[in-house]
Design a protein around this ligand. Structure first.
Ligand code: S3P
Length: 445
């Protein structure tokens, strides 16, 4: 969907204790990659636990447009009959990635070293986001891209007919850029090397290996050096998608801030490149126990038991930012309810997400009576142990802003409304029913 449908205004009220089991959906990052790697493989990939959020559905549609056969058998159960590395067909129409930066950037990478062109677009949020961070390294392989001013969508990428391998140091902490370069490297001869100074989520590396690529990772003084041998034969796999820690963050934080709550959130990925929020919450005084640690779908997972806790503000170490980059909005909401100041530095990447998340949280928290400070790379929330609320917050077509203010409304003194909850369906389509099942008072207006 390139359009954005009717806004869905929503409201959250102060709630009694939350209780029960919160089974959050599959991981969004892994779901995109399962479809894309399935499409680039020979044979059948069988996926269970796929997130059926709009972002992932848009990637499934895109993989069909590039020639893969993608079939849904039942809830979360999908198969992909791939075309193999280098086997993409030229799409007959524009590829619409909706709200998904991950979708469009990874797919651009996956097609950039094939002799075909594709035109990409997305919704009003995605059309504001920078694509140059991906098309710059893809140009090194020989691909060309023409888009709107500032490297914005709509954009046409002409894949390299005779790609050359690349050695590239990613200039910002971005798993999407790293992954786009690795996916492009699949169809280039020789070795493609990607260096990241700060480690970001490593699902692409783990899954490429799982699908049969020859990929090595070395920690060096330069950073993480990832070396991929080009033109492998990837073969279809079974992928069991673990539950998304970035979605789990919402019920977890709701239970922490609503007095008397105790919930269980089973099977949440504990991948160290993703679990920074949980570490931070524990440092703030959160009562979270990590039960039954085990491995599922190649990822470490645990069941999280979460009890309401008195939280105190802390300084979040900037080097932790990449491992919790999507969780700063909900952390900022939680910090507003805590005693004392929470300092979030090294977070300028938040300004180029589905919205400018520093600005969206700062404006919404101020409207709710919370004192904040911000600069280009920083958000500081002065928690006073209570949040007045009583405001309508703008969500800017951003699912995580929408869910963060709804969760905050469960513990605020007065209702908190949002102007539009429709983007929640991009990543967490069952958010409303799941939260209602715990006893949260969240409604459409
Ligand atoms: C993602 C990477 C992150 C994250 C996004 C998912 C991925 O984006 O914010 O939600 O699946 O690779 P950046 O690469 O822009 O940091």
């Amino acid at each position: 969907m390139s359009g954005h449908g009717e806004p869905v205004p929503m409201i959250a009220r102060r709630s009694a204790a939350l209780t029960g089991v919160a089974e959050v959906p599959g991981d969004k990052s892994i779901s995109h990659r399962a479809l894309i790697l399935g499409a680039l493989s020979v044979g059948r990939t069988e996926i269970t636990g796929l997130l059926e959020g709009q972002d992932v559905l848009d990637t499934a549609k895109a993989m069909r447009a590039f020639g893969a056969t993608v079939t849904r058998y039942g809830p979360g159960h999908w198969t992909v009959e791939g075309v193999g590395v280098g086997g993409f067909a030229e799409p007959a129409d524009i590829i619409d990635c909706g709200n998904s930066g991950t979708g469009v950037r990874l797919i651009m990478g996956a097609m950039a070293t094939s002799p075909l062109s594709a035109t990409f677009t997305g919704d009003a949020s995605l059309r504001k986001r920078p694509m140059g961070r991906v098309t710059d390294p893809l140009a090194l392989f020989g691909a060309r891209a023409v888009g709107r001013a500032g490297g914005r969508l709509p954009m046409t990428v002409v894949g390299a007919a005779e790609p050359v391998p690349v050695r590239y140091t990613v200039p910002m902490p971005s798993a999407q850029v790293k992954s786009a370069v690795l996916l492009a490297g699949l169809n280039a001869p020789g070795q493609t090397v990607v260096i990241e100074r700060e480690p970001t989520r490593d699902h692409t590396e783990r899954m490429l290996r799982g699908f049969g690529a020859d990929l090595s990772v070395e920690d060096t003084p330069e950073g993480r050096v990832i070396t991929l041998q080009g033109q492998p034969e990837l073969t279809g796999q079974s992928v069991a998608v673990p539950r998304d820690p970035s979605s789990a963050a919402f019920p977890v934080c709701a239970a922490l801030i609503v007095p008397g709550s105790e919930i269980l959130v089973p099977g949440v990925s504990q991948n160290p490149t993703r679990n920074g929020l949980f570490t931070t919450l524990v440092e703030m005084g959160a009562d979270i126990t990590f039960e039954n640690p085990r491995e599922e779908g190649g990822e470490p997972v645990a069941d999280l038991r979460v009890r309401h806790s008195r939280l105190r503000g802390i300084a979040v170490p900037p080097e932790r930012a990449a491992s919790m980059i999507d969780e700063y909005p909900i952390l900022a909401a939680v910090a507003a309810t805590a005693e004392g100041t929470t300092v979030m530095r090294g977070v300028k990447e938040l300004r180029v997400k589905e919205s400018d998340r520093i600005d969206a949280m700062a404006r919404g928290l101020e409207a709710c009576g919370v004192s904040i400070e911000e600069d280009q790379d920083t958000l500081i929330v002065h928690g006073a142990g209570r949040v007045p609320g009583g405001a309508t917050c703008a969500t800017h077509i951003d699912h995580r802003i929408a869910m963060s203010f709804l969760v905050l409304g469960l513990a605020a003194e007065n209702d908190i409304a949002i102007d539009d909850g429709s983007p929640i369906a991009t990543s967490f389509p069952v958010f409303e029913s799941l939260m209602a099942g715990l006893g949260a008072q969240i409604a459409r207006r």
